[in-house]
Design a binder for this molecule. Structure first.
Ligand code: FDA
Length: 308
């Protein structure tokens, strides 16, 4: 309920302007965002990979409403991937892309524009020895995103996709995607969705996550288990035993700045632990979703506004 209020607020332009204009916000945002520039992102990548973690980097932005901005975002990724190429991290670094940031929301031509831009990003990633994973946004975009994924995989078969366990359709999508070579990131889901398409009760979301996880772990693809939830991590280990998956045949993923102790512990135990590293100045939507996930984050935010 509380989270839904924040998610709703995240889409109101007036609220966006009010929050973005608060001088102290930037300090609070830094807890979840690696910085604004490519150099900031590269610095975070160096630090995290130096500590034994893998990374997936997100150039912040979403719901782009003009083609020039979409092209600009694709260029930002190409620049970033050029910088990563020099670090020579291979599959320890990859990029995460929101298709709405590269044109998906641009009306009738949206899918075509997003596909062209995503292709440029995949080419740059391929040259850097890195993969790309498509984030999943609100439920109205899922068919389009999976269509663009199929088109990209024809040339870049390692392209991955996020699947949101809270959507009723996701078990079927997991079944379709659980094939050889298919990289699938399983998340609970972070958008305010109507009860007609998604579980809204936390327990129901967790149960749906386990059903999807079981399909992916039993399948032949590469599951990327993206959660900070200890119970789900322990169920993943049980399923890995049951389906004979060894270290390297699945991975864990967590968000930058969240449960960093657990990130280190999983990496220390030999798992691939990939940190989702967002950077850039368009942090508002991402930041509001992180606040919505946890009331304690809102308290932290409000304390900072109060100067404490
Ligand atoms: P849950 O929210 O139950 O959290 C479990 C525990 O983790 C909490 O008790 C707390 O300790 C900690 N925690 C979780 N969130 C926190 C926060 N914001 N601040 C502090 N502590 C926190 N969603 C989506 O819709 N599309 C996508 O493409 C992606 N992509 C994505 C990539 C990666 C790598 C991750 C980890 C997550 C996403 N998500 C996402 C977000 C996802 O849907 C979900 O909202 C968050 O991961 C929180 O859910 P948990 O599974 O962590 O469980």
């Amino acid at each position: 309920m509380f989270g839904q209020v924040f998610l709703a607020g995240s889409r109101i332009p007036l609220v966006r302007r009010a929050v973005s204009g608060v001088p102290l916000t930037r300090k609070v945002v830094d807890r979840f965002v690696a910085g604004e520039t490519v150099q900031d992102a590269v610095e975070a990548v160096r630090r995290l990979t130096g500590a034994g973690l893998a990374v997936t980097i997100d150039h912040l932005g979403e719901e782009t409403r003009d083609a020039a901005a979409a092209a600009h975002t694709a260029e930002a990724y190409v620049t970033l991937l050029g910088a990563l190429r020099e670090l020579d991290l291979g599959d320890r670094a990859e990029a995460s892309v929101k298709l709405s940031a590269v044109g998906q929301a641009l009306g009738a031509d949206g899918d075509k524009i997003a596909l062209e831009n995503a292709r440029k990003i995949c080419e740059a990633a391929y040259a850097a020895g890195a993969d790309v994973t498509l984030d999943m946004e609100d439920h109205t975009t899922v068919d389009s995103t999976l269509g663009i994924l199929r088109a990209l995989r024809a040339d870049f078969p390692a392209t991955g996709v996020a699947i949101q366990a809270y959507l009723f359709r996701s078990e079927a999508d997991c079944r379709d995607l659980a094939h050889e070579g298919s990289r699938v990131r399983l998340v609970k889901g972070a958008y305010a969705e109507p009860a007609s398409v998604a579980h809204r009760d936390r327990n129901e979301v967790d149960k749906a996550y386990v059903r999807c996880l079981r399909i992916l772990m039993a399948g032949r693809g590469y599951p990327m288990v993206a959660t900070h939830d200890d119970r789900l991590i322990s169920i993943t280990e049980t399923l890995a035993d049951r389906f004979g998956r060894s270290l390297g045949e699945y991975e864990y993923q967590m968000l930058y700045g969240i449960r960093t102790d657990k990130q280190q512990a999983l990496a220390g135990a030999g798992h691939t632990m990939r940190v989702y590293v967002p950077y850039g100045d368009d942090w508002y939507g991402y930041f509001m979703r992180r606040l919505a996930e946890r009331p304690a984050n809102v308290a932290f935010f409000l304390r900072a506004l109060g100067g404490k």
